[in-house]
Each structure stands twice: as structure tokens, then as C-alpha cells.
Design a binder for this molecule. Sequence first.
Ligand code: AP5
Ligand code: MG
Length: 218
Amino acid sequence: MRLIILGPPGAGKGTQAQRLVEKHGLVQLSTGDMLRDAAAAGTPVGKQAKALMDQGSLVPDEVVINIISERLDEPDVRKGFVLDGFPRTLKQADALEGLLAEKGLPLDGVILLAVDDDALVERVGGRYTCAKCGEIYHDANKKPAVEGVCDVCGSHEFKRRADDNAETMRTRLHAFYKDTSPLVGYYYAKGRLRTVDGMATPEKVAAAIEDVMGELKG
Ligand code: AP5
Ligand code: MG
């Protein structure tokens, strides 16, 4: 299955994408994770991206389109993928249409996670991830079963994102409403959009996504 998970910052895109990797063997294509990896590696693209990400602004379309285009050429994506955080502008969405057509990988659907702004701020404020495997946690909503030990890989190291603060979150939300929310109409008009209540628990959101996937397959 080939899906996009669309939603504002902190909506739960990464959380749900990780579940789809575990449950369905899909490949998670997160431009945010790819850019953070590039920044950590200190590549020229990574350095340029880091400055923009730290202030909550979008990275230029050409940069992320190139990254996704190259990633879509790798053989593992043939088993199905979930795009998380891409596309984020109409230009990226148009470019994606072209790339998927060219590579013979048509999209099955787009799932929008609908979450209230107040909840988004609370979610990113409490988020941390395993420094080794990237599993996503939250101070209140999702703690590891054993405090200080990652459920998935057993690591004791965790990290927080530089852009998860109240000030940057305002810029990220602004970018979402200005540049990314037009994609809701874009995919609705193509008959591809399915909306899921992202305010529910992660388990209920996952179940609703399973239902949507069932409908898309049928
Ligand atoms: P990116 O990494 O994509 O960040 P984002 O869109 O801001 O989304 P987040 O990763 O913050 O949230 P999420 O929806 O994945 O939520 P999560 O599952 O972690 O992008 C970062 C930056 O990179 C951008 O600002 C931009 O600069 C750049 N960038 C990336 N892609 C780009 C592109 N295509 N074009 C241009 N620039 C780009 O969950 C959040 C928290 O909530 C966690 O703690 C989790 O445990 C908790 N949680 C999850 N689900 C629930 C639930 N149902 N109930 C309660 N808590 C929950
Ligand atoms: Mg994410």
C-alpha cells in the first residue's frame, strides 16, 4: 500500500507511520527524519536545512523534492510506503504526482490526522524519542514500560528536538495553515482524502487508519 499521512506538527504522523512499518512492513518516508539525519551528518544540505528547521520554517521545495525522488528509487519502497511530512506544499504535491507516475508507484490514499491546535502544542512540548531507534514517546501520553528504557531496542538514551518549543511551534503551525493545508482541498478534489480523528488515543487512531486501509483496498 502507498499512503500519505497528512497533518499539522505534532498530529501523530510519525507515531502512526512507525505502527504501519511494524504492522504492514511499509517503508516510512519522513522528510523531517531525513533532514535531521543530514543535519547530524553535517552535509551542505543538512546545514542549510538545520537553520530553517530550528526556526520552524519550511526547507525549499527543490531540496525536499530531490531527497524524496532519490529515496523513491531505492528498491525497498517497492514493498509499499507511507509518506510522513511530505508533500507539504502544492509544488511538492505536483512534483510527487509526476515522480510516482514516472516510477510506476501510484498512490492508494491520503490520510489526514485532524487534531486541535492546543493538543498539538501539548504533544510536541512533551515529546522525546529514543536516540538509538527513533521510537517516539511523550512525557504524559506515552511513557516507556520501564522508565528510562526504550520499549523497542532497550537503549537508555533519549533526545528532544530543537524545534519542539512554544516559539518555533507558532512558526510551524503558521507554515502548516499557510502552505500545507491547501493540500487538503487538493487531495479531496482528487477523491483520495480520508480524514481520521487524531484526537483519539494512538490505538484508536491506528484502528481508524486500519479501517481506511481496508476501504482503500476494497
Ligand atoms: P517534521 O519532522 O515532519 O515535523 P512536523 O510536521 O512538525 O511533525 P512532527 O514530527 O512534529 O509531528 P508528528 O505528526 O510526526 O507527531 P508525532 O507522532 O511525533 O518536520 C520538521 C521540519 O523539517 C519542518 O518544520 C521543516 O522545517 C522541515 N521539513 C520536513 N519536511 C519538509 C517538507 N516536505 N518541506 C519543507 N520542509 C520540511 O507525535 C507528537 C507527540 O504526540 C509524541 O510525543 C507522541 O507520543 C504524541 N502522540 C502521538 N499521537 C498521539 C495521540 N493520538 N494522543 C496523544 N499523544 C499522541
Ligand atoms: Mg514526525
